[in-house]
Design a protein around this ligand. Structure first.
Ligand SMILES: NC(=O)c1ccc[n+]([C@@H]2O[C@H](COP(=O)([O-])OP(=O)(O)OC[C@H]3O[C@@H](n4cnc5c(N)ncnc54)[C@H](OP(=O)(O)O)[C@@H]3O)[C@@H](O)[C@H]2O)c1
Length: 230
């Protein structure tokens, strides 16, 4: 399997590179020119294509002949970077390729998610301030995901909870809607977020799903597993 990782130099991206290499996949990574050195640890084991991830020509070259594309969507800046990145992947990925995108719980596919006051307030306050100081635009990620949900590609949008570092605990649990009891702990190891993204490449049950994930060893995930075994 040949996979492209768009946004490979970030924390999530580097974990995805490692998981993909562990599975024996051929890996192509795209990252901004100034970040290429962050991938030095993988030198000789992957191909790196430097460039902006919202540049259609860069993405066209990177995704050629790929069976899967893993894309990190970030809201940084106010130049519609996420939307441009998603669109470039949707436009250029080979027909039939599995497309996996990352975002946060604040993205909703069908409006059925139930958010805590904490998350709602954070999105409102951080969103306004971030846009004001031109640091980030949360609506950009919303628009990127709207386009993905509307596309007829074989997509999955993985919605991450709060993240922490630490060794892997295994494949996260998931649910369709934020607010479902299994997700209550709202915490996932970043390395396992990456694991879920890479595993989704070969899980057709996740096509056209927007799973919200949570660490499999968190109290809410364990309580749910216990309940389902009773
Ligand atoms: N952090 C959280 O708590 C959290 C929670 C839930 C979901 N998520 C989701 O997880 C994913 C990755 O999050 P992360 O925190 O782990 O971050 P990350 O992996 O470090 O990814 C950051 C990415 O953003 C790029 N980037 C940074 N500044 C940029 C800029 N000004 N313009 C364009 N690109 C820029 C980085 O590229 P360079 O290497 O070139 O800098 C890197 O590819 C995202 O989809 C996010 O929505 C995060």
């Amino acid at each position: 399997m040949k996979v492209c990782i768009v946004g490979a130099s970030g924390k999530l991206g580097q974990y995805m590179v490692q998981h993909a290499l562990d599975r024996g996949y051929e890996v192509v990574g795209v990252c901004r020119e100034q970040s290429v050195a962050k991938l030095d640890a993988f030198k000789g084991r992957m191909t790196v294509i430097p460039g902006a991830t919202n540049d259609s020509a860069v993405i066209r070259k990177a995704v050629a002949e790929c069976d899967g594309v893993l894309t990190v969507l970030v809201p940084w800046g106010v130049q519609q970077y996420s939307t441009g990145t998603a669109q470039a992947v949707l436009d250029n990925a080979p027909p039939g390729a599995r497309l996996i995108f990352s975002c946060g719980w604040h993205i909703t596919r069908d409006g059925q998610d139930v958010y805590s006051w904490k998350l709602t307030t954070f999105v409102k306050v951080f969103g306004r301030i971030a846009r004001l100081v031109r640091f980030a635009d949360l609506d950009d990620q919303v628009e990127a995901c709207r386009r993905i949900f509307a596309s007829d590609t074989r997509w999955t949008v993985v919605r991450g909870s709060d993240l922490e570092e630490g060794p892997s605990q295994g494949l996260p649990a998931w649910s369709r809607h934020v607010g479902d009891p299994i997700l209550e702990s709202n915490l996932t190891r970043r390395i396992d977020f990456a694991l879920f993204m890479v595993a989704a490449l070969e899980n057709d049950e996740l096509i056209h799903e927007a799973p919200a994930i949570v660490g499999c060893q968190t109290p809410s995930a364990l309580a749910f597993q216990g309940a389902s075994q009773r």
